[in-house]
Ligand binder design. Sequence first.
Ligand code: AKG
Length: 177
Amino acid sequence: MEYVHNFLSDIETQVLTCWALNSDDLDWRAETFSIYGRTVTAPRTAAWYGDDGLNYRYSGIDHTTSGWPDQLKGLHQRVNERAGCHFNFVLLNRYEDGGQYMGWHRDDEAAAAPLIASLSLGGCRRFRYRTGPGETSTAIDLDAGSLLIFDGTLQHTLTRTARHVAPRINLTFRSIH
Ligand SMILES: O=C(O)CCC(=O)C(=O)O
């Protein structure tokens, strides 16, 4: 687990946040999952990009890609250099307010490498990770412009909060086989 505070400068963070929150380029989807026969809508929205011709399939949903937008090309390169890895896919999660979240899970699909680099934009939110259910968890408050490099096979969550928080977008860079 490596937390890089101020990975982006304030101005870089502002420009990227403005694009991510407002651009029509981004096709935000409210994904639905089937859990024990019930259809559940995720409490957040998602968008994605990646190298040409990839398909990251998780929770039964295909995520196909056809290249990177100009706004992410330089960032993609810098994240690769910082993490020492060639990421070929980015999943963007958007949390409109403190009621939107991501529950405990592991990113352990055979189709993806375990290393994830997660860039945070917008409102500061609490991330927790632990080795397994019932184990003690560790919290990190993810500030705008920070980069968290972590092993996605650890259990992790983006917690709900009753506090008033600004919308948050995070970009999780991944390597899909
Ligand atoms: O929004 C976050 O920081 C957590 C994202 C996450 O857990 C994931 O994409 O697997």
